[in-house]
Design a protein. Structure first.
Length: 375
């Protein structure tokens, strides 16, 4: 009987093809320690929902085979029906079950209340469980929030041991030290309360420091963006004397990204994660001058940077190497290519970093010393 692998990493990932490819190309051992929350994005046109839903399920099966994921379908209007008369929510859950996607449904307290009974039904199928996606607003009244979670579980007959709590702080970018301290305090108080009340399967703390765009990065220059979510998570874990709290982020994508906000003035860029920062290497507007061929020079800049881990580190790092070295048949790619490459490097780096932290704590390293070795 296979041993259950501890979940260390819960990234929130947009349900687009290249983001899903980035998950699927993680090394198997790191993928096993990860439990991504994948969210369906609403299509540009409401009439495209049926195809978007089926494509989402199909791409999860194709690009992330066997990867356990939480699936947030809140983008689907509750009353939406497909042409055959089936409600879209139930149809997509049934489709994913049929093609073998090991999904766990997601519910948020900000979702339509009537959705709970529908989602709970699928939560109990095959013991899938449920993931509650909680927001900063939910932390403001921790007792009420936890009472509502427990009441819903009791009404549906779902055990806390089948439930994950993902605390989604969303964007931490441009927050002051005071704001970050407030987030930390709210998170600590709620997690302490939840750990005392029930034996939940997983509690995770997620945030993101990625900016909406590269406007603050010098043109044809680079910048370092602190990963505020990492020390925040470490400090919460330290205060509760527990590394059982999983860590999460949004990879290299801003939390508010949507299909309805197209990048009409996109710049060439490569985002590269290291120990405590995201390195952003910026080129110029893709509609001007060198266009996508800028990526060859951008890749060379990444390769020359001290943070670069080498082409064998991840699929994403190999993409950078091949583009920078102009290897045979290598092209400069497109925006989707670099979302996949940047995201894959990030997922591999973050998951490996968490594995090292967990191993050192398990070996007896005091929690307060962990921050010095987040490498």
């Amino acid at each position: 009987m296979a041993l259950k692998v501890k979940t260390l990493y819960t990234p929130i990932v947009k349900g687009k093809e290249n983001d899903l490819k980035a998950i699927g190309k993680m090394p198997r051992n790191l993928g096993a320690q990860s439990f991504p929350l994948v969210e369906l994005l609403a299509p540009d046109e409401p009439g495209d929902f049926e195809q978007s839903c089926l494509r989402f399920g199909s791409q999860l099966r194709k690009w992330c085979p066997g990867q356990r994921v939480s699936v947030d379908l809140h983008a689907i209007p509750p009353s939406l029906q497909f042409e055959d008369g089936l409600f879209a929510l139930e149809a997509l859950f049934a489709y994913m079950k049929g093609v073998g996607v090991p999904y766990v449904p997601v519910y948020g307290l900000d979702h339509e209340p009537e959705l709970w009974d529908r989602i709970a039904k699928f939560s109990k199928v095959d013991g899938r469980g449920v993931t509650f996606r909680l927001t900063h607003e939910d932390l403001l009244m921790p007792d009420d929030t936890l009472d509502e979670v427990i009441d819903r579980l009791n009404s549906a007959g779902i055990h806390a041991s089948d439930v994950s709590l993902v605390i989604d702080l969303a964007s931490l970018n441009e927050m002051s030290d005071t704001d970050l301290a407030s987030m930390r305090s709210l998170s600590q108080d709620f997690i302490d309360l939840a750990m005392t009340a029930k034996d939940f399967a997983l509690i995770s703390l997620v945030g993101s420091s990625m900016p909406k765009d590269v406007g603050d990065v010098p043109r044809n220059g680079d910048a370092e963006i602190p990963r505020h979510e990492l020390p925040l998570w470490l400090e919460v874990a330290d205060s509760l004397r527990s590394l059982a709290i999983a860590y999460g982020d949004y990879g290299v994508v801003h939390p508010n990204f949507s299909m309805k906000s197209p990048a009409t003035n996109s710049n060439a860029k490569i985002r590269y994660t290291s120990t405590r920062v995201h390195h952003v290497f910026r080129g110029d507007n893709l509609r001007k001058g060198a266009g996508y061929s800028q990526y060859h020079e951008l890749a060379r800049r990444v390769i020359a940077a001290p943070a670069y881990m080498g082409r064998d580190y991840s699929f994403g790092d190999d993409c950078v190497w091949r583009c920078g070295k102009l290897e045979a048949l290598t092209r400069s790619g497109h925006l989707g290519t670099w979302v996949e490459a940047d995201m894959n490097h990030h997922l591999v780096f973050a998951a490996a970093q968490l594995s090292r932290i967990d191993s050192r704590v398990a070996a007896g390293m005091p929690m307060r010393e962990v921050d010095a070795i987040v490498a």
